[in-house]
Write a new protein. Structure first.
Length: 215
């Protein structure tokens, strides 16, 4: 067992674990917990978010909500939804997950089963310390179209192409907004407060969408 700790999160690795054991661990731990699990190639990673990690996660979620409102997109927020694929023997619990393009397919659902339902359109991982599980490979295998990774400084955007992720500059979901600028608003919130910063972010998004109107 290996434990990695930062001021933002702790990570515990358990190796040589079978898929069935992982499924049992998920069942026994239940859903009323703040830890997030991932499984790939016999390794379980248990991540416990601390304050800096969760604050970044919640702020980005608020900003994604603003983006959807201003771009006229519907959204279903499913949080750290447990994503498992028995056929792949892989599983993960992103910090945040969103249905946007496929929202109408899951709008009334209380439970998601990836054997029948589409995966989330967008997942976010906050990683102040790098996960020992390859999340790019994990979520690509699950067919998740867009993956965001925030390390406390930089927000990286990945789009699924031919079964693999490619890093891109502009989110295909939120074009034309330059969402990679989100970290500056996270830093701004530490000085101005979250509500004031969210208001500033909304105005900035509007300028990105309708630059001619705002000039």
């Amino acid at each position: 067992m290996v434990t990695i700790a930062t001021p933002a999160e702790t990570r515990v690795l358990l190796e040589n674990i079978s898929w069935q054991t992982f499924k049992t661990v998920l069942t026994e731990m239940g859903s009323e917990r703040n830890t997030r699990l991932a499984y790939d190639n016999g390794t379980i990673e248990i991540m416990t978010p601390l304050m800096a990690h969760e604050n970044s996660n919640r702020l980005i979620e608020a900003f994604i909500g603003v983006l959807c409102e201003e771009l006229g997109l519907e959204i279903k927020r499913v949080g750290s939804l447990t994503l498992t694929r028995d056929d792949l023997e892989r599983g993960g619990e992103p910090d945040s997950s969103y249905y946007i393009q496929n929202e109408f397919l899951v709008r009334s659902k209380e439970k998601i089963d990836l054997a029948f339902d589409p995966p989330p359109d967008l997942v976010l991982e906050v990683e102040y310390s790098r996960s020992q599980i390859d999340k790019l490979r994990l979520y690509a295998a699950m067919g998740i179209p867009e993956f965001w990774r925030y390390n406390g400084t930089v927000l990286r955007i990945y789009r699924l192409e031919s079964g693999q992720y490619s890093e891109i500059e502009v989110s295909p979901t939120f074009t034309p907004v330059a969402v990679k600028e989100i970290p500056q608003f996270i830093q701004e919130s530490k000085k101005k407060g979250e509500i004031a910063t969210t208001r500033t972010f909304r105005n900035w998004v509007k300028q990105q969408i309708f630059p001619a109107v705002q000039d």
